[in-house]
Each structure stands twice: as C-alpha cells, then as structure tokens.
Design a protein around this ligand. Sequence first.
Ligand code: AMP
Ligand code: ZN
Ligand code: FE
Ligand code: FE
Length: 291
Amino acid sequence: MAASVMEIDLHIHTTASDGTMSPTAVVRYAKEKGLRAIAITDHDTVEGIAEGLREGGKLGLEVIPGVELSVDFPKGTMHLLGYYIDHTCAELLDKLTIVQGARAERNLKMIEKLRGLGIEIELSEVKEAPEHGQIGRPHFAYALVQKGHAQNIQDAFERYLRKGGPAYAEKFKFSPEKAMSVVHKAGGITVLAHPFTLNQPQQKDLEDVIVELKAQGLDGIETYYPEHSEGQTKLYRSLAQKHGLVLTGGSDFHGFNKDEVDIGEGYGDMALSHNLLDELQARREARLRGL
Ligand code: AMP
Ligand code: ZN
Ligand code: FE
Ligand code: FE
C-alpha cells in the first residue's frame, strides 16, 4: 500500500476495550514484528494507554496515545480517532465517563432484547468473555457463541448484533463536532476512521461529510485500512489531499476477536511508512501552536 516496509500501525485495540491482548502484550508483539511505532486506540477509553507507554519505553517502541470515539452519525457508523492525546486530561476523562455510562445502559438493553428473543444471558456471563475492558458487542458475540446461539463471532453479529439487528441497541453518542473539540482540548488531533463505514457510496455525499467535518476540526483521514479496496484507498487519499487533511492508516487489530487481521499488516498487504507519522506530528505541532 503506502510503502514496502511495515513500520507503523496507527489503529490497535487492547483488552482495555475489545481486543484480546493487554497493552503490554500488544507492545511486545509489535516490537517482535519489527514495528517502529504504534498507536493504541481503544473504543471510548484511555485505560490502556499508561501501560502501553510504559512497555513502549522499556522496549524502545514509540507508542502514540490514542482513542477511538464512536460518534453520532445516523446514516452510518462514524468513528473518530484521536492521536497524541493527553490521556490524563480531565475534560477528556469526564466525557469518556459519560459514554462509558451510556455503554453500560446499552448493554442492559441488549440483554433485554436477547431475552425477548428467548435467549437468557446475564451480564456476568458477558463479562466472562476472555477479556473485559469496555463491554461491547464483541463480548455479547462471544457469549452467544459459548451458549450455542451462534456458530462464531461473525455469525452472532449477522444474526443478532449488527446495527439494526434484532438484539442491537443504540447508545448515546457525542456529535462529531463535540468529540473533535474534546480531542483538541486534550492536545490531540482528529482523524476520521475507516470512511467506508459512513455508508456513503456516492462520492459527492462522502465529500460533503468530509467538508463538514473539516469545518468542525477534522485533521486527517484513515486512508489505509484492511477493508478498503484499492479504489477506496485512492478516493480517500485524493479527498484528503484535496482538502488538506493528513493521511493515516492502521490494521484495527483486535487479537483473536478478528484473527484474520494482524498487527502492522492487516490481511497481509498493508505496509505503512514512518513518514505518515511525521506528517501527523507536524499537524499536531501546528494545532498546538494554534494554527
Ligand atoms: P460496540 O462498540 O459495542 O458497538 O462494538 C463495536 C465492535 O464490534 C467493533 O470493535 C467491531 O470490530 C465489532 N464489530 C462490529 N460489527 C462486526 C461484525 N459484523 N463482525 C465482527 N465484529 C464486528
Ligand atoms: Zn473494536
Ligand atoms: Fe472503528
Ligand atoms: Fe477500531
């Protein structure tokens, strides 16, 4: 994709959310694979950051503190990545506490919906999933498989948990604008994650969304991503360049929860150069200088 040498991966989940490897294990694994830098980007939490930074310091691997925020976008799924955030920023932590509360409420709703479908699952059983940071749909999927209601994780999503599926429940989310302002207040920069999930097949519609986000503070677009076709990658790259947004990329590694995707290389054809990170850093410095 972007380069022939695999140097960085800017989208990684740990056990702080729904990955299966602890921050320490993720950093060690990335180091073993020869990566120079990774970003830890758990869903709606920064609880894995301190541990990841510590291990990165020990091993000499650059760890970028990040977060992946689910934000309100009724037409599709919008995730915003924050990079170089101060993971101790009080306002950031305060907003994360709000979304974590919303997640807990939503989990109870999903338990009710499953009960309505004749499936009895207790919250304690969802927590028995092999990892339990921020409890979410992957944990429900695991419990459904364990109890014989689905053949595998993917099947559990298709049958019950996909957006609009019979056991799916919405949860409160911040607007993209609010989420981006929180990331900026925490000293970070904002990147639109995996744009294909916005579900905007018309280029014009996608561009309109990006232009609006840019006006609200968007800094970059996650262009390199395992699920993106060559055509999508090209389109996202050209939109980023046209609108003065930085390019990023990452595997969205989740460990065994998504075991076909490997750290640093996605499905095997991703290889991101450290140059991408230099641009991200330049952007961050410009933000900090108030440009
Ligand atoms: P949640 O934040 O609880 O809504 O769960 C979102 C997580 O579910 C993301 O990490 C996705 O990787 C995972 N996910 C969403 N759709 C699917 C799917 N069809 N198959 C497997 N995992 C999925
Ligand atoms: Zn996830
Ligand atoms: Fe995501
Ligand atoms: Fe992700």
